[in-house]
Write a protein that binds this ligand. Structure first.
Ligand code: SDX
Length: 431
């Protein structure tokens, strides 16, 4: 028998019945698409804490258990056994690639890593100290001006080629933002390098000598990209879906996602964590900052802690912590004051009643900054790195939305508490 819920309007005594839809796992949803038409009322859920915006088959999170699945595979298994290209293929196509499909996919992406030469002019329009995320917002949006051959989102081939161009070019765009900030020449991607390796190559090579990427660091970066690839309907993914629901081209939608990710409550947290650890400066000052994080009168929050969905340890944070130790060991960094502060901060917070009661645990951003800084990547580039990894997830979610027969333009309503209709006051009569 179909599951339903009944809603009773106590002011009129009227009752309304709504279907309950079940997924393959996770919470059921109440289908309220007819709610306004039948009750003349809106539901109200700022921040969408209890609202499902879409049906999806890509990523599943169980926040209470700290579970993250991509197309049914646990993130721990993917991080351990795959490279990023396999996870990209999985997110886009629903299944892991076989050996032949993997080679073809990697080649297809590799052949789109270069940027049109005129993009040099876009970079030179920015100040050298422009934030890399400002550059990425601008340059990614501008891509739509160069690919008139693939802007028809109703054409599957256009969707495929635009997806590949965005996924392939994002590391080049991010690395060139870094090179531009240094005043160093742009380094062209190489077709003989993998995705993560190519990114590190374009970040740190110079035309003056051969540069070989440290394979341990390339592997660590590849794993970090896997951990950041997709995460259900987070703020930036929801931004991409909402922008795409109007029929906007994928380049514009991904530029919107980059803008949303930039916020310190979201992808900008990795940069904010490093700035916070630097501000704490010494393990002896940790209690002072934990006290501030708990105070209602202080807007300070422990960056890298807490999550809308995870009310348990973010499974990605555990893998990031392990990767952090591996990278520091490979780089022969015996003691990292920032890591000491981070680990002591985590220990104290996880024993503190406030954090336990509010179920605040380290999230994916807590350790990433320490790893990136050890690799020689500046804090201003951390969110750009998150964006280049998340582009695959954004694209997979965008394509799923476009191909969803139920897809409509997203247009939320509101609870209006402003002025009701009033008599106009001409300028001469205004006091
Ligand atoms: C990402 O959605 C995703 O999936 C995002 C992401 C992804 O992969 O896409 O996982 C990536 O964005 C991770 C989160 C990175 N952000 C940060 O680390 C910034 C610090 N964290 C917070 O600002 C906060 O925890 C959020 C934004 C992550 C979640 O906020 P919510 O779900 O809106 O929760 P909330 O702000 O309502 O907090 C609940 C309570 C509040 O106290 P009360 O009002 O109930 O008394 O917990 C407190 C908050 O004050 N709280 C914190 C805290 N986070 C929440 N207190 C101190 N330090 C914190 N970090």
């Amino acid at each position: 028998m179909a599951k339903t819920v009944t809603f009773k309007d106590d002011s009129t005594g009227k009752t309304f019945k709504y279907p309950v839809l079940s997924g393959t796992t996770g919470p059921d949803v109440v289908d309220i698409r007819k709610f306004y038409a039948e009750t003349d009322m809106f539901t109200y859920d700022p921040g969408y804490t209890s609202t499902g915006s879409c049906e999806s088959k890509i990523t599943y999170i169980d926040g209470d258990k700290g579970v993250l699945l991509h197309r049914g595979y646990p993130i721990e298994d993917l991080a351990e056994n795959c490279n990023f290209a396999e996870v990209q293929y999985l997110l886009l196509n629903g299944e892991l690639p076989n050996a032949k499909e993997k080679v073809k996919f990697e080649r297809d992406i590799t052949l789109h890593t270069m940027l049109h030469e005129q993009f040099h002019n876009f970079y030179s329009g920015f100040r050298r100290d422009a934030h890399p995320m400002a550059i990425m917002c601008g340059v990614v949006g501008a891509l739509s001006a160069f690919y008139h051959d693939s802007l028809d989102i109703t054409n599957p081939e256009h969707r495929r080629i635009s997806s590949y161009r965005l996924i392939a070019k994002m590391p080049t765009i991010a690395a060139w933002a870094y090179k531009y900030s240094l005043g160093q020449p742009f380094i062209y991607p190489r077709n003989d390098l993998g995705y993560a390796e190519n990114f590190l190559y374009t970040m740190f090579a110079t035309p003056c000598e051969d540069y070989e990427v440290n394979p341990i660091l390339a592997k660590a970066m590849d794993r970090i990209l896997i951990l950041h690839a997709d995460h259900e309907q987070n703020a930036s993914t929801s931004t991409v879906r909402l922008a795409g629901s109007s029929g906007a081209n994928p380049f514009a939608c991904i530029a919107a996602g980059i803008a949303s990710l930039w916020g310190p409550a979201h992808g900008g947290a990795n940069e904010a964590v490093l700035n916070m650890l630097r501000e704490i400066g010494d393990v002896k000052r940790i209690p002072e900052f934990v006290k501030r994080a708990k105070s209602k009168d202080d807007s300070f929050r422990l960056m890298g802690f807490g999550h809308r969905v995870y009310k348990n340890y973010d499974p990605r944070a555990r893998i990031m912590a392990r990767t952090c130790s591996e990278v520091l060991k490979e780089l022969k960094i015996k003691n990292s004051p920032l890591l000491d502060i981070a680990m002591e901060l985590e220990r104290i917070a996880l024993e503190d009643e406030y954090f336990i009661e509010k179920k605040l645990y380290p999230n994916v951003d807590f350790y990433s900054g320490i790893i990136f800084e050890a690799m020689g990547i500046p804090a201003s580039m951390f969110t750009a790195l998150f964006a280049l990894a998340r582009t695959t997830g954004w694209i997979a979610q965008w394509r799923e939305m476009i191909e969803d027969p139920q897809q409509k333009i997203g247009r939320p309503r509101q609870l209006y508490t402003g002025k009701t209709k009033r008599k106009f006051v001409p300028l001469k009569s205004r006091k």
